[in-house]
Design a protein around this ligand. Structure first.
Ligand code: ZN
Length: 162
């Protein structure tokens, strides 16, 4: 598998199926959010057979914003905390605020890999939007704002729909 390409559907479906079964078995959990799944219409068809979906949020951002966000992302090698070179840098360049680990750019976030990820998205994931629009579950969310603004919109949207 080349860097930036998607994991096979059967593998991802099995992981999600196991995770949802554990959630269903836990009486303390009222619900869940799937982030980054389903990424293909085949995964969406599978999800329809194992779960009832209340709402699907589609965070709309321009390609320019997407590239800026992804290529600017930096990740702590030790604890996994995410930073952004412009919007949320560590206090000392290259050093994690939380654990002192090295803050680096992941292979997945390099510009050429980001371009591959966006092309994969356009081919395989964009049709998923149509899948949920057809089921009347899709809500478009403006994803261009700050993380706080987008988070507020997401919380309000979910509260209104669930
Ligand atoms: Zn760290």
């Amino acid at each position: 598998m080349e860097a930036g390409e998607l994991v096979p559907d059967s593998v991802v479906n099995e992981i999600v199926s196991k995770a949802l079964a554990e959630i269903d078995a836990d009486d303390d959990l009222a619900g869940y959010v799937l982030d980054g799944y389903p990424r293909t219409t085949s995964q969406a068809d599978y999800l329809d057979t194992i779960a009832t979906i209340d709402v699907v949020l589609y965070l709309e951002v321009s390609r320019e914003t997407l590239v800026e966000r992804l290529t600017g992302r930096r990740t702590c090698e030790d604890c996994g905390r995410n930073y952004h070179v412009d919007f949320d840098p560590p206090a000392e360049a290259g050093v994690c605020d939380d654990c002192g680990g090295d803050v680096v750019q992941r292979e997945d976030d390099r510009e050429e890999v980001v371009t591959t990820r966006i092309e994969e998205y356009e081919q395989k994931t964009a049709p998923v939007v149509g899948h949920y629009d057809g089921e009347g579950l899709l809500v478009n969310v403006d994803g261009e704002g700050s993380p706080d603004e987008v988070w507020t919109t997401i919380r309000e949207t979910v509260a209104a729909e669930v």
